[in-house]
Write a protein of this length. Structure first.
Lengths: 132, 310
């Protein structure tokens, strides 16, 4: 197959499929509540015991308190991803919190959180698991 | 041996079919409201990975080709280009695929290349195209060397490899439940391959087949899909990026970061590259064997069932 034709097919195919999926509502983000965040966390970390789930008001993420310490679950397209948290990975910003996981497969995440929610999350992230 | 033989690049010729089949699957799911899920960024990432994989073949395919043509000059054997030679080559290449795929899950160096194919939490026809950009660096082309030395022309070997990949395209779907028993018994099917893509402990390291599922049955790695334990797609530790560069290279970066940790012995550094995925020198991570054992500790009733020694 001529390279020009192959390139046109690939570029046209990817663009066309992307437009079709977007226009038919396949770009919608998942919204997290306490119930689905808990089950999503246990899907990622089945060995954890979940003590408490605090979904962000935006529904984009949830702070999950477990026997292994705090964790962050966030929406990833129609699905979710989760990471356990260490206090040093969390930084306060002007509008919320910034999470840096030192993981090439999980680039940092900035979350918008109202002041009250931000302070509550920071306090819980810095609380030892056994004290939760 | 000498001789000029050429076959079409089957994978490239199949591109229009791939696009049409993806549209067909999507329309079927949209109309029937069942049979799978599509998400825009996930699908686009998979398609870009597929395009990149074709580009990698165009750029680096000469490495394997040079090796195979060197071996072809050495061998006194020539199986020819008859239909029987093609069939024999196809079956042998499928056996070759089984072992390369098995290495791809059991040797981290090879897994670093293959992991991106499993990195989607979706399972649809675009997932089939989420292919590696770094296959050349695994050096798994050496597993094809015996076929060339047996007298199969390199062009025929590569042609059969392309047909194998095209067969595997259509089994990446939830739209097909199960096929007739005789077909499920011999061939790799959507059901068998859904199990292969499952991150459930039961399905880790099973169903490596390309075309014929008989290899898994022969070598003890077959696990049938269970209706009570539907495959949950993705990785044990799912990635959090749609960036194709991160998808393509994240495990390679992980290997080099692990190997570069201070205070390790040479053996530990090598194990981070070549031991099964999940190896760690301090036991802080789990291999698939550890994950299965932990599952059985929580669910002893699963012992002896498929995927857990059954």
């Amino acid at each position: 197959m001529p390279l020009e034709l192959l390139l046109a097919l690939v570029a046209g195919g990817i663009s066309g499929i992307a437009v079709l999926l977007h226009l038919t509502g396949r770009s919608r983000q998942r919204i997290l509540g306490a119930g689905n965040a808990r089950s999503a966390w246990l899907r990622h970390f089945p060995e954890d015991s979940v003590f408490k789930v605090l979904p962000a008001a935006s529904g984009q993420a949830a702070l999950v308190l477990t026997n292994g310490g705090p964790g962050l679950l966030w929406t990833f397209g129609a699905d979710t991803v989760g990471r356990h948290l260490a206090a040093e990975q969390v930084h306060e910003t002007a509008t919320g919190l910034r999470f840096d996981f030192n993981d090439f497969a999980a680039p940092g995440l900035s979350l918008r959180l109202p002041e009250r929610e931000r302070q509550q999350w920071l306090a819980l992230i810095n609380t030892p698991a056994e004290a939760v | 041996m000498t001789g000029e033989i050429s076959y079409p690049d089957a994978t490239q010729l199949a591109v229009p079919f791939f696009i049409a089949a993806i549209l067909g699957e999507f329309l079927w799911i949209a109309l029937k409201k069942r049979g799978g899920r599509y998400e825009t960024r996930d699908a686009v990432t998979s398609l870009i990975m597929g395009a990149g994989s074709v580009a990698e073949g165009l750029l680096l395919g000469f490495v394997a080709w040079t090796l195979f043509m060197f071996l072809w000059q050495l061998t006194p054997l020539d199986m020819g280009t008859s239909v029987w030679a093609l069939l024999a080559c196809f079956v042998l290449d499928d056996l070759r695929y089984y072992w390369v795929h098995r290495f791809g899950h059991r040797v981290r160096w090879v897994w670093a290349s293959h992991v991106n194919h499993h990195s989607s939490q979706h399972y649809n026809l675009t997932t089939a195209l989420r292919q590696t950009w770094t296959g050349t660096f695994t050096f798994m082309m050496v597993v094809k060397a015996p076929m060339v030395l047996l007298g199969f022309h390199p062009a025929l070997v590569l042609f059969c490899g392309g047909l194998n990949l095209i067969y595997q395209f259509w089994i990446h779907t939830e739209a097909v439940s199960r096929l007739p028993r005789w077909f499920e018994a011999v061939m790799n099917t959507p059901s068998h391959h859904r199990a292969h893509h499952g991150r459930n402990p039961r399905y880790l390291d099973c169903n490596y087949a390309g075309v014929f599922i008989i290899w898994d049955k022969m070598f003890g790695t077959f696990v049938p899909e269970q209706d009570h334990d539907r495959p949950d797609y993705g990785l044990v530790h799912n990635i959090a990026t749609f960036n194709p560069l991160r998808v393509a290279f994240h495990e390679w970066i992980g290997i080099f970061k692990d190997m570069a940790q201070p205070g390790l012995t040479l053996k530990q550094r090598l194990l981070y590259a070549f031991a099964p995925p999940g190896y760690s020198h301090d036991g802080s991570r789990d291999t698939s064997a550890g994950i299965k054992a932990a599952h059985l500790a929580r669910h002893p009733e699963d012992a002896g069932t498929p995927g857990f020694g059954g």
